[in-house]
Design a protein. Structure first.
Lengths: 304, 293
């Protein structure tokens, strides 16, 4: 007896969604858009790199200039990321745990490098350290090269990746408040102990998240590094600059082979990021806490 | 994906935040001191070098440097292409955010992760890859070329590259806000006789409007400064397909430091204005969400 009306009711969809065909069309359009704009370019990198076979691909990567570029990229990231990590933790500690005048102004200043075009960023360092810049005379008197040398590349990279970790940690530590740290201090822990045993475990996923995004940008930066590097083969070429040189010399396979390394780095970054998001969500769901998961922060401002 | 933290870096005053007045916690002077020192060293000193250097020009020289026909053409191209790309991203970003929040489909998690690809992929790689696709012999270009559509090495190619670069911004600003919107409002609208389309335009759209505009402004700001992906696909012809950052590089290569600085100052001022606009939009979104809760 109750069968007939019930069959009518489930057929009605909830009022807060669309009819199936609207839904399918919207999903279809989004997937086509993503395929054309994201997957196709990604696939093209690997296809072009392997166009002349695996041997040509490996030969392109074995070249001494390619190795030098890879080494320089790794060195640059190995200096820039830890510097910004220490800064990020320090900035997040004073901004999230204390009240002081001018705090929101300071936060805006920290975001500044995102809104400066990388080319302008590179130019700024040329004006400070270049041969006719502020310290140019002094530096050349003491035989120190910064612009068109490795230190300039590191500095430009530090600038463009400056806010990544701080921006990730500040909202996270603000949301967590200071209760746990205060309890630790009251119970007799020292400042460092409080940081290591109380704060750090709370922010570890946000920290990992910030570090991998910072690292991806540090290894992939093009515009700012291009201005300060001088493009000396085997000496001041990072992988992205190496890609540009090869591409402009019509060495397509070699250019895409080097580019494929950077594309792999991007994929690894996305995988780690996704895993961090899942783990952080799961841990916090288990602990019944608001997720620590740093949301995919849209980073405003300028590109590489 | 929680909404508030990312959109509210400074103003998200958590009710639990109690530190400060008594300063039970140590390390305030050390961390603030180091933060200011590092900020000054890396950001403020180079920035002031740029501004001070531009003062070495007289007013007339400055205006001549930033308003020569070639530079003016580059502004038109940079701002025009960025505006078109950000508008495309506004629509497709909203669509993607909507689909990711409201619908279930196989592979959704992968799609969600993939949206961030433009943040992770170095721009030079994006540039050469898009060029290879759109060139006359590329996967896509070979079908478009016979139809008379040329994308690579034209301003249209610049727009394509900027769409790629700005894609995640709108998605990632709208997504958390859409997740937090209250279904009750939509149910109420439907009960009052609104069609689904009316509910969308009159109830949902106003509540996510600030986030949409924030994403638009971020994509636009990013597109204006973009260099790496654009120079490969643009063709870089003076007056036609030469973007403003490339003008700066060109002047630097001719050792015209003063001219490069002048154009850079113009770009810097525009990015600061955009930064303020974005901050304002985020404050608006916070008030919006604050009111509805």
């Amino acid at each position: 007896m109750s069968g007939a009306p019930q069959r009518l009711v489930p057929a009605r969809r909830p009022v807060t969604t669309e009819s199936p065909w609207v839904r399918r069309t919207l999903i279809g359009i989004s997937l086509v858009f993503l395929f054309l704009f994201l997957l196709l370019p990604l696939a093209a990198v690997f296809t072009e790199a392997l166009r002349k076979g695996l041997d040509a691909y490996l030969d392109a990567l074995k070249e001494p200039d390619a190795w030098a570029a890879i080494r320089l990229t790794l060195i640059t990231a190995a200096i820039a990321v830890p510097l910004n990590l220490v800064f990020g933790v320090s900035a997040a500690w004073c901004i999230a745990k204390f009240e002081f005048k001018g705090k929101s102004f300071l936060t805006t200043l920290i975001d500044l490098p995102f809104s400066v075009s990388p080319v302008v960023a590179g130019l700024m360092y040329v004006l400070v350290f270049g041969s006719n810049g502020w310290f140019g005379q002094w530096l050349s008197d003491h035989d120190i090269k910064i612009i068109f040398a490795v230190p300039g590349i590191v500095l430009a990279t530090v600038f463009v990746t400056f806010p990544f970790i701080a921006r990730e940690l500040i909202p996270l530590m603000q949301a967590q408040g200071t209760d746990e740290e205060q309890a630790a201090i009251v119970l007799g822990a020292s400042g460092w102990q409080t940081f290591w045993y109380v704060t750090l475990p709370n922010i570890k996923w946000g920290l990992v998240y910030g570090v991998i995004l910072c690292n991806a940008r540090a290894m992939g930066e093009f515009g700012a590094v291009s201005v300060v590097s001088g493009h000396i083969r085997g000496q001041t070429n990072t992988v992205p600059l190496h890609v540009e040189i090869l591409y402009n010399e019509y060495q397509s396979v070699a250019a895409f082979a080097a580019a494929s390394l950077l594309a792999l780095l991007a994929l690894v970054t996305l995988v780690i990021k996704t895993v961090v998001e899942w783990r952080s969500e799961r841990e916090h769901a288990a602990a019944d806490l608001p997720p620590e998961k740093p949301p995919a922060v849209p980073l405003p401002g300028a590109g590489a | 994906m929680s909404a508030a933290p990312s959109l509210a870096p400074s103003g998200a005053a958590s009710p639990r935040r109690t530190g400060g007045r008594k300063r039970v916690l140590p390390g305030f002077n050390l961390t603030l001191g180091y933060t200011l020192f590092y900020l000054g060293l890396i950001v403020l000193v180079p920035l002031s070098a740029l501004v001070l250097r531009s003062f070495s020009l007289t007013g007339e020289q400055f205006i001549a440097a930033v308003s020569s026909p070639r530079v003016l053409a580059s502004y038109r191209l940079t701002f025009g292409a960025s505006a078109i790309a950000a508008t495309v991203n506004l629509f497709f970003g909203l669509l993607l955010a909507w689909v990711l929040v409201r619908y279930e489909f196989p592979g959704k998690k992968i799609v969600d992760a993939l949206v961030d690809l433009p943040f992770a992929l170095p721009t030079a790689v994006a540039g050469i890859s898009l060029t290879a696709l759109l060139a006359g012999n590329g996967w896509v270009g070979q079908y478009l070329e016979p139809m008379g559509i040329k994308l690579a090495f034209t301003p249209a190619g610049i727009v394509i590259a900027l769409i790629f670069i700005g894609l995640p911004f709108v998605v990632r600003t709208v997504q958390p806000v859409l997740e937090d919107t209250e279904k009750e409002l939509e149910e109420a609208a439907t009960c009052l006789g609104a069609t689904r389309f009316q509910t969308f335009t009159k109830v949902i759209l106003p509540s996510i409007a600030p986030a949409l505009l924030t994403g638009f402004a971020m994509a636009f700001a990013r597109a204006i400064g973009e260099y790496g992906s654009v120079i490969f696909i643009a063709g870089n012809m003076p007056m036609i397909s030469e973007i403003t950052p490339l003008i700066i590089i060109g002047k630097l290569e001719q050792y015209d430091y003063a001219g490069a600085t002048a154009v850079a100052v113009v770009m810097l001022v525009i990015s600061f204005i955009l930064l303020l606009v974005i901050n304002g939009l985020q404050a608006w979104q916070r008030r919006r969400t604050g009111m509805s809760q």
